[in-house]
Design a protein around this ligand. Structure first.
Ligand code: SAM
Length: 296
């Protein structure tokens, strides 16, 4: 497949390419279909999603995810502010705070941080971090597939929100609700920063038969789930929620762990989605006529 060029609402050109599968990789994906997760079990995983993540944090405590030190490099929106300007930041699905604590450490004295997750244990870990300071951070429990975020956050009050490796953990049927919650909490002109797993990332290709729930949606051994996105489906999802797509593209990175001798290529999708200054007035950038017809 040739790289595909598109022009974003802000005039940037994206050059991107969906990973090409080798025959061996196609074989592995076909094998995953041989034994799917039974429907009843998939429904139970959905009902117990919060419990599985809470057990995940009980087992792994704060040791699993690394601090996200790349965020200011990848998301200039975090640093392109007048230092006098007061910024309200919300991390949606914060886990143990691997995004906000590196920012707090770097200063960001004009930021007020909100951080929420539906796992009470994750939120407790955020609150017990030595950098947690109630005058600068508020962590609380919220399920992004419901409205309960608004018990702690007012609508139209957030300048920057983030969804970092969170949407993939949520059932696809619930994504429009999550996108809608993000849209509602942002101020007009506010931006949602997004990163998550990309289609045919090595973690997707590694699943053995017995783990696939639906197309590109899998169950891990510990009962948490993961989806692998194309950039098109994210563009459609967030545009339908009312966002202007500032950027939305595959990024290729490597996961490196020298101690364990690991160095593997990864595929993520990264996006910046803006709530228009005047609601309803935005340009959708897709040149795909089928997708465009969704927005007419
Ligand atoms: C892969 S972790 C990422 C955590 C953090 N954003 C980071 O980058 O380290 C996914 C997080 O999403 C949270 N999560 C999953 N579904 C959620 C939901 N419906 N509402 C709120 N949080 C959710 C999980 O508890 C977990 O902390």
């Amino acid at each position: 497949m040739e790289p595909d060029e598109r022009i974003a609402a802000n005039g940037d050109i994206f050059v991107h390419r969906l990973k090409q599968l080798t025959d061996e990789e196609k074989g592995r994906l076909a094998l995953q279909n041989a034994r799917m997760v039974p429907e009843a079990k998939a429904a139970k995983l959905e009902r117990e999603a919060k419990r599985h993540w809470d057990i995940f944090y009980k087992r792994n405590e704060t040791k699993f995810f690394r601090d996200r030190h790349w965020t200011t490099r990848e998301f200039q929106e975090l640093i392109n502010f007048d230092s006098e300007q007061q910024i309200v930041f919300l991390e949606m699905g914060c886990g143990v705070g691997n995004m906000i604590f590196p920012l707090l450490e770097e200063g960001f004295s004009n930021f007020y941080f909100y951080a929420c997750d539906f796992s009470p244990r994750a939120v407790d870990f955020v609150k017990s971090n030595k950098l947690y300071d109630e005058s600068r951070v508020k962590a609380f429990c919220a399920d992004l597939t419901t409205d309960n975020l608004f018990e702690n956050i007012s609508e139209n009050s957030v300048d920057i929100a983030s969804l970092i490796f969170v949407l993939s953990a949520i059932h696809p049927d619930m994504w429009p609700q999550v996108a809608h919650v993000a849209f509602r909490c942002l101020k007009p002109g506010g931006v949602l920063l997004f990163r998550d797993y990309g289609r045919y990332d090595m973690a997707q290709l590694r699943f053995k038969p017995g783990h696939k729930i639906a197309d590109n949606f899998y169950m891990r051994q510990d009962g948490t789930r993961s989806y692998y996105f194309t950039e098109e489906e994210l563009a459609v999802l967030f545009s339908k929620a009312g966002f202007e797509i500032l950027s939305n593209t595959y990024v290729q990175r490597r996961t490196v762990n020298f101690k364990e001798g690991i160095d593997v290529p990864r595929i993520f999708v990264q996006g910046k989605y803006k709530k228009p200054e005047t609601e309803g007035k935005f340009k959708y950038w897709s040149q795909n006529s089928e997708e465009q017809s969704c927005f007419k």
